[in-house]
Ligand binder design. Structure first.
Ligand code: ADP
Length: 263
C-alpha cells in the first residue's frame, strides 16, 4: 500500500510487505531518549493489538535490540532478510543484529549509512504491519535528512529534553521536518523532572516544563511528558522495556489518523 507521503523521491513499500503506517521518532540531539520512546511506542502499539515492527535507522548508535534483549540473526529468504522478533512478536531490524559483536563500532560515512537504511526498508521482509516505527539517527544532520527524504513517512514523533527545549535545539528538528513536508504527530518531553523512587512524586530538576508552551508557539500537539525514572533506566538496561507503560502513547493511533486526515 502506498503511504500518504510517498512521493517521486521517496521509496515505495516493497512488494513483499504491506505497511499501513510509517512513524519516525526524531530528536534535535543525541541522548534525550529517542530510542527509548521509539521502543516504548512500538511496545504500546503491540499491547493494543496492532502488528508493529521497528526499523533501527540509528546506524552508528543502535540500541533497539538491547532494549528488547534481542540477539537473533536475520535469516535470508528468496524475498529478502527475515527480521528476528521479540517474544511479543515485534520484528526488529538493526545493524547491531548483523555485527559479529554488538559493541563493534560502525565507522561509516553518510552514503553507506543511507544505503544501509534503504536496504532495511527495501530488502527486509516486514510482512503485514499496521505500524512500522523508525528510530531515526539523532539530530538534524545528513543521516536523519536522508531518511526523512527517502522513506514514505506518515508522521514524526519529536522527542526532546527540558534543556533542549531551553536551548531551542528542538526548533531545528521541527523546522527540518516541516521543510521536508513530513507531518509532525506531536512532541514528547522526556527526562522531564525526576520521579522519586520512594514516593513517586515528580521533582522538576530543570524547572517547570516548557513543553506545553513550546507546542503552542509552534502549533504542535503536546503528547505528554516522561519523567527521569530509575525504573525505566533499569528495565532498559535489563532488556525488558516492554514491562514499562507510558499511557499517553496509547493515543498515537488516533492522533496519527487525524494527522493523515488533515485534522
Ligand atoms: P537517544 O536515543 O536519544 O540517544 P536513549 O533512548 O538511548 O537516547 O536514552 C539514553 C539513556 O538514557 C539510556 O541509557 C536510557 O535508558 C536512559 N533514559 C532515557 N529516558 C529515560 C528516562 N525517562 N528515565 C530514565 N532513564 C532514561
Amino acid at each position: 500500500m502506498e503511504s500518504a507521503h510517498a512521493g517521486p523521491d521517496r521509496l515505495s513499500v516493497p512488494d513483499h510487505s504491506h505497511i499501513d503506517n510509517v512513524v519516525a521518532v526524531m530528536s534535535g540531539k543525541g541522548g534525550v531518549g529517542k530510542s527509548s520512546v521509539a521502543a516504548l511506542l512500538a511496545s504500546t502499539l503491540r499491547k493494543q493489538g496492532y502488528s508493529v515492527g521497528i526499523l533501527d535507522a540509528d546506524i552508528t548508535g543502535p540500541s533497539i535490540p538491547r532494549l528488547f534483549s534481542l540477539r537473533g540473526v536475520p535469516k535470508s529468504s528468496p524475498e529478502g532478510m527475515l527480521p528476528p522478533q521479540t517474544p511479543s512478536g515485534i520484528p526488529i531490524m538493526s545493524i547491531n543484529l548483523l555485527l559479529a559483536h554488538e559493541d563493534d563500532p560502525v565507522i561509516w560515512r553518510g552514503p553507506l549509512i543511507a544505503r544501509a537504511v534503504q536496504q532495511f526498508w527495501s530488502e527486509v521482509v516486514w510482512g503485514n504491519l499496521d505500524y512500522l516505527v523508525i528510530d531515526l539517527p539523532p539530530g538534524t544532520g545528513d543521516s536523519p535528512l536522508t531518511v526523512l527524504q527517502s522513506l514514505p513517512l506518515d508522521g514524526i514523533v519529536i522527542v526532546s529534553s527540558p534543556q533542549e527545549m531551553a536551548l531551542m535545539v528542538i526548533k531545528k528538528a521541527i523546522r527540518m521536518a516541516r521543510s521536508l513536508q513530513v507531518p509532525i504527530i506531536g512532541l514528547v518531553e522526556n527526562m522531564s523532572g525526576i520521579c522519586c523512587p520512594h514516593c513517586g512524586e515528580i521533582f522538576p530538576v530543570f524547572g517547570d516544563s516548557r513543553a506545553a508552551s513550546t507546542c503552542s508557539e509552534e502549533g504542535l500537539r503536546w503528547l505528554g511528558n516522561i519523567p527521569l525514572d530509575p525504573v525505566l533506566a533499569s528495565v532498559s538496561d535489563q532488556g525488558r522495556i516492554e514491562d514499562y507503560e507510558v499511557d499517553f502513547l496509547e493515543a498515537i493511533p488516533d492522533v496519527l489518523s487525524d494527522v493523515k486526515g488533515g485534522v
